[in-house]
Design a protein around this ligand. Structure first.
Ligand code: ACO
Length: 370
């Protein structure tokens, strides 16, 4: 039987940092509320597109695997904030990498996209239709965020990570997964004015979010715990066999609840939500890369990767690491320099959304007067 080994890994975080204090300069919030309710202290804001972040992460991952981009059979770009719908963002990454003719697809299951991409890569490798796949989780959430809505503006950030996944005869890589979706709750997170149903609509305006945080919170915990128990059952394993849990980083309280319900000690749960917020599809892959860099992943570690996203999609992936936890090479690639602050980068979105909100308030007031 063929396995799908993870042989390379890389991340890319844009340099501009948006702190809780920065957020408090334009919405009614404060560091105490954000830290205590979410665990977040800061997040990154991109000065480039999601495909540029993905490209840098991909070059770093390829270096870690000591592979050339031309050796790839397929690039999967997991994201819900790709640069364009047509053409897709995977094709831009292919172009930037110079990986001529390599198959390139986008995959969107919101925050779980990076892990669903890992499932597709692994299944194609096991079926024999690909030997080497680049799996990407990349997001520029700042470009679609509802910056005037304090319920969501504090929660998200930008970033990317990539994995090189290759056919192997030894037992390692993605061993099993449980995937699903609570579609009855798809309206709990709905981005208005974003996508084909809106484009060219004469009434199309800036994005705004319908967001039921408490419903998402409960379903996120249920989905991640249920999927984790399912994949453990399927593999004939128990929580005691798991060396590390690298969960989706949407809220430290969600992470705590999942750890508690699964019965995993906190020192076996990797957390970096305080530095990046929720980077959607990039979140778990960036956390996995940092867990490797910081020594939490050891040779042959069994790692559980539970996540959830809009849809509401959920999953838990069981990965067994191989024998190598150090990169074979390190690339010196960097993003182009950024000369704007995070607040300056989001100012155009904020201005447009404030204008829209103001005109909505005025329309309601005029209707009341009539
Ligand atoms: N600053 C200050 N106060 C705030 C803020 C803020 N940023 N946001 C909300 N509040 C207020 C609310 O208005 C409310 O005030 P009220 O009591 O006067 O009405 C109060 O805080 C409590 O609000 P709750 O919604 O009850 O707060 P809760 O403890 O549930 O936390 C949160 C809200 C953080 C959103 C939580 O529900 C959560 O994390 N949910 C999961 C969301 C998530 O991760 N979504 C990602 C989806 S993934 C994807 O695919 C994109």
């Amino acid at each position: 039987m063929k396995y799908s080994a993870i042989t390379g890994w890389g991340k890319c975080l844009p340099p501009a940092v948006l702190t809780n204090a920065d957020l408090a300069t334009f919405i009614d919030t404060d560091d105490e509320w954000i830290s205590s309710r979410t665990g977040m202290k800061e997040r990154r804001i991109a000065h480039v597109e999601a495909s540029d972040l993905a490209h840098v992460a991909a070059v770093r991952a390829l270096a870690a695997a000591n592979r050339d981009a031309k050796d790839l059979d397929l690039i999967i770009f997991g994201s819900c904030t790709g640069d364009n719908i047509v053409p897709n963002s995977a094709s831009r990454v292919q172009h930037l990498l110079g990986a001529d003719s390599v198959a390139a697809m986008d995959l969107n299951t919101a925050c779980t996209s990076g892990l669903y991409a890992l499932s597709v890569a692994s299944a194609m490798i096991k079926a024999g239709s690909a030997k080497r796949v680049l799996v990407i989780g990349a997001e520029k959430t700042s470009s679609v965020l509802d910056w005037v809505n304090r319920n969501v503006a504090v929660l998200f950030g930008d970033g990317a990570a990539a994995l090189v996944v290759e056919a192997s005869d030894t037992q390692q890589g993605l061993l099993g997964e449980s995937l699903g979706c609570y579609a009855e709750a798809r309206d709990s997170l709905f981005i208005q004015n974003y996508g084909g149903a809106f484009t060219n609509n004469p009434f199309c305006q800036a994005t705004s979010w319908d967001f039921d945080g408490q419903d998402i919170f409960k379903r996120a915990v249920a989905g991640m715990v249920g999927a984790s128990n399912q994949v453990l059952d399927d593999m004939g394993l128990s929580v005691a066999d798991i060396d590390l849990v690298v969960p989706h980083q949407a809220n430290s309280r969600i992470i705590d609840a999942v750890g508690r319900k699964l019965g995993v000690p906190t020192d076996r749960v990797f957390v970096n939500v305080e530095r990046y917020g929720n980077m959607s599809a990039a979140t778990v892959l960036v956390a996995l890369v940092e867990a490797i860099e910081q020594g939490y992943v050891r040779a042959f570690s069994k790692i559980l990767l539970p996540a959830f996203g809009a849809g509401l999609t959920w999953n838990s992936h069981l990965v067994q690491w191989g024998d190598r936890i150090t990169p074979l090479a390190i690339s010196d690639i960097e993003l182009p320099p950024c000369d704007e602050t995070a607040l300056e980068l989001i100012a155009p979105y904020l201005t447009q959304q404030r204008r829209q909100l103001q005109s909505q308030i005025e329309s309601v007031q005029q209707a009341d007067l009539r």
